[in-house]
Ligand binder design. Structure first.
Ligand SMILES: C[S@@+](CC[C@H](N)C(=O)[O-])C[C@H]1O[C@@H](n2cnc3c(N)ncnc32)[C@H](O)[C@@H]1O
Length: 449
């Protein structure tokens, strides 16, 4: 009987880590992917999903511990789907991320950068997350909140989380208890209620924002509860509600209202005071966002004469600091609240050389006729639409900085821009925005040939 089938038990050596965070082992020319594995481990593994050339396995026993295996900071690290690499020494995490970016650029983009810079480590590998959005459920009568268990929609109930800013821990425990009498959304039936709990902190200002995501109407008296939280926690500057009554995995709906206090918190980054709303994108690691902006400033060395176009600009986190040394900034973003906040932040900081446009990048860019000296791209994980890339090749800005949280789509898009010889890949800089996870941020500089 073949050993290469579901249920078979193999002893395997882990060689490396892949982009989903799994350990990678080889067995007779085939590959086995194993979660919770560390390079250098020898593991007993049960095969689960088996294909001719590869399989997914489950860790049964650590036969020999890798020197890079460490005790997780989190007591539910083996269950919780929030982190993949709590059991791996931080330096080994960094080395693996650097390698993942290098391989994606070479294998998917077919590119060799002129300079590949060492990864920028996070100053704090724990307690760094300035935002969490936990799904809620009721289990055995109790409200539970936390990340989903690995590979499922079962919530791992948390009272604290070691990667979130520790100042958010008291809020999580108290709010969960206070939500006990309120209706809680049931994912299986779609019955209305509170479905997500969002907590956000301005790490430099200390200001905190609470957001409840609701399916259905706002229950009577929720304003009273919101006001009690606002009064109870001195650092809370606002309690908001977002309505999302649609079934499915999307977290936020389009309507957000303030129940107590204000709709945004203030955060200071690169000397700019930002307004950050309940549903707007903001880099989750403030210290690393600062390193990201410093890298952009150093690479671009703007002289005050340039026109900078920031596509997928969010609330202007990257381009507002750069506006101080550019002639002009144009930001484009499809999320209306983000555009409102970018405009408010620009006004608040006296940056009069900026304009922010609410538009979908792939619809807007092909019809835009203007000269741009620097193009900043920071798309979501799926990368840029082909229409955006074709428009860029048509307009050919002299310099492009591409910021990405997904090495595979970054490499694909860089390869597309470079393939016809229009651009060369001058620099690649990985940056660890998400310690304890397999995710990695990358900054790439393209120069027109
Ligand atoms: C990774 S975030 C980057 C935001 C910003 N650069 C920053 O650093 O905070 C991507 C942003 O792109 C926006 N977005 C997603 N798809 C878009 C599209 N097709 N056109 C314009 N904006 C889009 C999202 O709303 C989000 O704000």
């Amino acid at each position: 009987m073949s050993v290469w089938q579901p249920g078979a038990v193999l002893d395997l050596k882990i060689h490396t880590l892949n982009h989903t965070g799994d350990g990678v082992a080889r067995w007779q020319g085939r590959v086995v992917f194993v979660p919770d594995a560390v390079p250098g481990d020898r593991l007993r593994v049960r095969l689960q999903h088996v294909k001719p050339q590869y399989a997914n396995g489950v860790l049964l026993e650590v036969l020999e511990r890798s020197p890079q295996r460490v005790r997780p900071a989190c007591i539910v690290a083996d269950k919780c789907g929030g982190c993949q690499w709590q059991c791996i020494d931080y330096h080994a995490q960094l080395a693996a991320k650097e390698q993942l970016v290098k391989e994606a650029i070479a294998r998917i983009g077919h590119l060799q950068p002129q300079a590949f810079l060492p990864i920028l480590a996070a100053p704090s590998p724990l307690g760094y997350r300035n935002k969490v959005t936990y799904p809620l459920a009721r289990r055995h009568g109790q409200v539970v909140a936390g990340y989903y268990q690995k590979g499922s929609h079962r919530i791992v109930n948390l009272n604290q989380c070691p990667v979130q800013d520790p100042r958010l821990n008291p809020l999580l425990a108290t709010l969960k208890a206070d939500l006990q009498p309120w209706p809680i959304y049931d994912e299986s039936t779609g019955s209305p209620g509170v479905r997500h709990l969002g907590l956000r902190i301005g790490q430099r200002t200390g200001e905190q924002l609470i957001t409840l995501v609701l399916a259905g109407d706002i229950p009577p008296h929720l304003e009273g509860q919101a006001q009690r939280w606002y009064d109870q926690f001195a650092a809370v500057v606002g309690v908001c509600v977002n309505i999302n009554s649609q079934r499915g995995n999307r977290i936020f709906g389009s309507q957000t209202r303030v129940l107590a206090g204000q709709l945004y918190l203030r955060e200071v980054l690169a000397g700019i005071e930002f307004h950050v709303g309940a549903t707007t994108f903001f880099q989750v690691n403030t210290a690393q966002a600062e390193q990201l902006i410093q890298t952009l400033e150093a690479w671009l060395a703007l002289s005050g004469t340039e026109h900078l176009l920031d596509l997928y600009c969010g609330i202007g986190t990257l381009s507002l600091p750069l506006a101080r040394s550019a002639a002009r900034v144009t930001g484009v973003e499809c999320h209306p609240d983000s555009v409102t906040q970018a405009i408010a932040t620009a006004r608040h900081n006296g940056l009069t050389n900026t304009e922010f446009i609410c538009a979908v990048a792939e619809e807007w860019l092909p019809h835009w006729c203007n000269t741009v000296d620097v193009l900043l791209l920071d798309p979501p994980r799926k990368g840029c639409d082909r229409a955006v890339l074709d428009a860029i090749l048509g307009q050919r800005p002299p310099r492009i900085v591409y910021v990405s949280c997904h090495p595979a789509t970054l490499a694909r898009d860089l390869g597309y821009l470079c393939q016809a010889g229009a651009y060369q890949l001058a620099k690649v800089q990985p940056l660890d925005m998400f310690p304890q996870t397999a995710h990695v941020e990358t900054i790439a500089l393209l120069t027109a040939t």
